[in-house]
Write a protein that binds this ligand. Sequence first.
Ligand code: ARG
Ligand code: ZN
Ligand code: CA
Length: 230
Amino acid sequence: SPAATTLSVFFHVIMENDSLEGGNVPDSQLEDQIAVMNDAYADAGITWVLADTQRITNADWFNNVGPDGSEQTEMKGQLRTGGAADLNVYTVGFTSGSSAGLLGYSTFPSDYEGNPENDGVVILFSSVPGGAAAPFNLGQTLTHESGHWVGLYHTFEGGCSGSGDMVDDTPAESDPAFGCPTGRDTCSSAGVDPIHNFMDYTDDACMNEFTAGQVARLQDQMATYRGVSF
Ligand code: ARG
Ligand code: ZN
Ligand code: CA
């Protein structure tokens, strides 16, 4: 749809130390990340603008900021910027504890009102374009996590039955797809598995679409919970 909106992105680069391996993501990679997001969301009517970047040295947050831990509450409580329509992105290392091995996680629009300070996306720093996390280093982790932040569920939500991802043009699939499989079709209902969808679990190079139904859902979610008009 031609209707469009511009949203601000605030990057919080959490570092263990000043080195690249320590999480010191260069500005050029953050700019490339925004460009990847703008490609992905062009048909959804969202333009993302890099509003601000802050770099913070905190080894505890860098290494062990899992989705249920006190580190997350502390980090976001100190750093989150802006209102319901502002995307806060924390880049971290996910090396230990319950965070070990994660690519990212996000809150949903409907979570905002009850806990605004917790709102935002946490991603592995090396998943940004040019990072070391191949095959997840083309920037689609932030596309995927932002997909949750704008109100989308996984394409495999609910497996082969039920209301699934609440979108009717993403064929059901039984469970996440990995890599970039050919001809995957795990449910007897119509359509092959949507392995190229940003909300599946395939490799970054395999992902290239949000459907019209997802665009309609995310615009509705953003209007309802984040006060964004398109
Ligand atoms: N597993 C993560 C999640 O459920 C992110 C998956 C991102 N996939 C990718 N190809 N970058 O939110
Ligand atoms: Zn996800
Ligand atoms: Ca099918």
